[in-house]
Design a protein around this ligand. Structure first.
Ligand code: PLP
Length: 837
């Protein structure tokens, strides 16, 4: 591990003060809100136009951070002496220091690394390559679209010795930026996706832009690209062909292939609404022809998939296997998201950027949607085209006409000035987003498909929200920031060196396993655990490379364990014997031994230990044990403390015998979320965090320190007057009332996972911040609540089933169950929406 004391040499900085204790660097911290375990965190005080990290030094010191990299000595308030235990490194440029550290980290690993750049498609190609190669490799990849000067160092810092492949994307907007990213990523393989007009303003010409991007690939062994982007082809041949780099190009043009300017010729055989059949001819390593079906039909997806296909061909993956993997390829939801909106409209959400190429892609996507009423476009000024405004908007107008757009709302000074270019359309123009929102009349939009396309600085997400405000539907909103907050609450409780396993079984307690696991991978937890092998396979196919424990590994899933590096929990002699038989055919992943100390569910009892040890030592050469674990039966309740202590004592009697039989140390772990809080002296080598991550503090002692992660929301479909003497719903269970009441029907029922036991007054929901009790039985898709005391309630209002103001613990108590059941019951038909603040 890198020591703080070595940073001056790496960064060219000066050590203003050495830390009181020698310290290894574990985590790079740029944002005080993301602090987890403070030991080993190095804070880089980054400076930007609206932001100065130096302001957070005192706060972070008081929260336990001891390592700081600063650019201004004068900004250390009170001087170093005010931070007696801290180490301070003074550098010219904190961002450059961060990058130097990441570059150094990268050099510690000799593994293939794919670097990806280009104007569009970087993130999708990265995600897809990770999906397609996950069966063969343990992959470290950039999370989301971390491709900037800050995002790349953070991504590369996640590399560790278990990875067998790195995939990182690099994005730039100005000359000289790419050389810095190349030093950090140090790719051995490259993919140049394509060339668009994005960010043209920063470069003097398209050629300069390509030359600059090509800097990423100065030292790669092989570069993959499409030779049909002629500028990319030209620059690659000029800049790289004199080096040892092999150019592996694909093309759709036979003459390039025949002239040996490209290695792979791809022709589209057949395309339907949702798939494309391609014919592939390749010249190297030997002439071959294949046919593949891509599960996409739109041009950008096909191009992105072809880049990936070419990489797989080059890696000599068998064609039948390539097809199997292509069939499983999942679209990456990133920019263009189709959302249901008010008045039977749909909104195509692309509020990320707005350059000419991006607009073309988005209009293509709009044109591909099944026709639902009219096509409308809400468009900001188009940026960075490099064209004179009049010409630019004339081109935009021509595109709109060609794609059947009938209605345009232009927002921004430039597009407003050029309103005359759009004479053929129904048009309205606003100088800025606020003006549009102030004038927004939902009733002006009915049954339309609306593309919302704007550069990020216009904040068009507010427009999308305005369109969605009143839509009907039930969603489980998962707050990823709250999840990270809770993760850090538990991390802070761990002694340095104690590992963290997070339970993402049961669809991550109902919250969405892939998204949660991806976030946990980014925040570098040590292990994940799932209940079944298939859950593990699913995570691997989504690019999760963390070590993964499977708690219920059936013997018929052993091959999957091997293929996807999934480590089983072994809890019985039958299972152990079956696993040993599998291991005779080839190496199997390490195992986790479940020891039963009082739960009486699964596991080897204390009486089994001698026989277990005999098996382990006899089979030591073909079996690796990663850990031993036990599970407490009553960690959440104080009344069971004595029993818990007895369980832990039994565990401490059993594990040394196992370790002795093995002849090497293993990870020992016993505590779940409640145990972490209740038994701080028994964290041992690792803890297993579950419900606490999702916002429920199971001992009840520290509930206020956690943030609720999930909110289940629906809407009021209709409100009725219920005259005295009438009843509500099935079986006429809602008692006849003695005075008139207002009853709201809300769009959630037991098929969504809303428990029937909440019926007839047992449950409450929140409407306009106030509680409304259930009336009558819960039906399959809806139920009724009494809003007599909330006169302002109206159809279309949101109703919160649980979330801030109505806790899972309270609701569980009302019907005699536990928060775990409420969370995991939310059915899959309920849409998960992930939010970050
Ligand atoms: C689910 C589970 C946990 C996590 O329990 P929480 O109470 O949710 O923290 C820990 N260990 C095992 C073996 C589990 O099955």
């Amino acid at each position: 591990m890198l020591q703080f004391e070595t940073l001056p040499a790496l960064t060219g900085g000066t050590l203003l003060q050495a830390p009181a204790q020698a310290a290894a660097v574990h985590q790079l911290l740029l944002d005080s809100r993301r602090l987890g375990q403070p030991v080993g965190a190095v804070f880089f005080a980054l400076q930007g136009p609206r932001h100065d990290g130096h302001r957070y030094l005192s706060e972070l010191y008081s929260r336990g951070v001891r390592l700081f990299v600063v650019a201004e000595e004068a900004a250390i308030s009170g001087g170093c002496a005010a931070f007696p235990e801290a180490g301070f490194l003074l550098v010219d440029d904190t961002l450059a220091a961060l990058q130097a550290l990441a570059a150094h980290h990268r050099q510690q690993f000799r593994l293939p690394v794919i670097g990806i750049t280009g104007s569009n498609g970087k993130t999708i190609v990265k995600e897809w390559l990770a999906q397609l190669l996950s069966a063969d490799e343990l992959i470290c990849k950039s999370p989301l679209s971390f491709n900037s000067q800050v995002g790349v160092p953070l991504s590369v810092w996640e590399l560790n010795s278990t990875h067998t492949l790195g995939i990182f994307e690099a994005g730039i907007s100005e000359p000289t930026e790419m050389a810095r990213l190349a030093r950090i990523i140090q790719p051995t393989l490259g993919v140049f996706t394509n060339l668009g007009t994005a960010h043209d303003a920063g470069f003097s010409s398209p050629r300069q832009k390509v030359e600059e991007k090509m800097h990423l690939f100065q030292d790669v062994d092989t570069l993959f690209y499409c030779a049909d982007h002629s500028l990319v082809h030209e620059v690659a041949r000029q800049q790289l062909s004199t080096r040892r780099t092999v150019l592996y190009a694909w093309t759709r043009q036979r003459f390039l292939f025949d002239a040996q300017q490209a290695d792979v010729l791809i022709s589209i055989h057949d395309a339907s609404a949702d798939r494309t059949v391609v014919h592939v001819e390749r010249a190297r390593p030997r002439p071959q022809e294949h046919t593949f079906t891509l599960p996409f039909a739109d041009d950008p997806s096909v191009e992105n998939a072809l880049h990936c296909l070419v990489v797989l061909l080059w890696r000599q993956v068998a064609p039948a296997e390539i097809q199997r993997r292509l069939d499983r390829l999942q679209p990456v939801a990133m920019r263009l998201e189709m959302k249901q909106a008010l008045n039977d409209c749909y909104v195509l959400d692309d509020t990320y950027n707005n350059d000419l190429a991006g607009l073309t892609l988005a209009l293509d996507a709009l044109a591909r949607q099944p026709r639902r009423g009219r096509r409308a476009l809400i468009l900001s000024d188009v940026l960075e085209s490099g064209l004179p405004a009049a010409e630019l908007y004339a081109r935009v107008a021509a595109q709109l006409t060609a794609r059947g757009v009938e209605r345009l709302v232009g927002i921004g000074p430039e597009i407003s000035q050029n309103a005359a270019a759009f004479t053929g359309l129904e048009g309205a123009f606003f100088p800025h987003t606020e003006a549009f929102l102030a004038a927004f009349q939902p009733d002006n939009y009915h049954h339309e498909t609306i593309l919302v396309k704007g550069a990020r600085r216009y904040g068009f997400e507010r427009i999308v929200t305005a369109f969605q405000e009143k839509i009907h539907g039930t969603v489980l909103e998962v707050n990823l920031d709250a999840l990270v907050h809770n993760l850090n609450f538990y991390r802070r409780r761990l002694q340095p060196g104690v590992k963290l396993m997070v339970m993402v079984k049961a669809f991550a307690y109902g919250s969405g396993s892939y998204e949660v696991a991806n976030l946990l991978q980014f925040h570098r937890v040590d292990y994940l655990a799932v209940a079944y092998a298939d859950e593990g396979v699913d995570l691997r196919q989504h690019g999760i490379s963390l070590p993964l424990m499977v708690m219920n590994p059936a013997p018929d899933a052993f091959q999957k364990l091997r293929q996807y590096h999934l480590e089983p929990e072994i809890y019985s002699f039958e299972l152990l014997k079956a696993y040993l038989r599998a291991a005779e055919e080839g190496p199997m992943p390490a195992i986790h031994l479940k020891l039963d100390t009082g739960m009486r569910r699964l596991g080897f009892g204390e009486e089994d230990i001698p026989e277990l040890c005999r098996y382990l030592s006899e089979n030591a050469f073909r079996l690796r044990v990663a850990s031993a674990l036990t599970h407490l039966a009553g960690a959440d309740e104080e009344q069971h403390n004595d029993f818990s202590r007895q369980q832990l004592a039994a565990f401490h009697r059993m594990t040394p015998q196992v370790e002795e039989a093995l002849g090497y140390p293993i990870i020992k772990h016993a505590l779940n979320s409640a145990g972490i809080v209740r038994f701080p002296d028994e964290h041992i080598d690792m803890v297993r965090l579950g419900i606490g991550l999702y916002g429920v503090e199971a001992t009840g002692q520290q509930q206020d320190a956690l943030r609720p992660v999930s909110a289940l929301r629906t809407t009021i479909s209709q409100i009725k007057r219920l005259p005295a003497g009438q009843t509500v719903g099935y079986s006429r269970r809602g008692q006849a009332v003695d005075f008139e009441r207002r009853i709201a029907t809300i769009a959630i029922g037991y098929a969504d996972g809303y428990d029937r036991r909440f019926g007839n007054g047992a449950g409450e929901v929140l409407v306009r911040g106030q509680r409304a009790p259930l009336v009558g039985n819960v039906c399959m898709d809806m139920c009724m609540v009494d809003v007599t005391n909330i006169p302002e309630a109206q159809a279309g209002d949101a109703a919160t089933i649980f979330g801030a103001g109505l806790s899972l613990s309270e609701l569980a108590g009302r019907i005699g169950t536990i928060p775990y059941e409420l969370l995991t019951n939310v059915s899959e038909r309920v849409k998960r929406v992930f939010v970050a603040e």
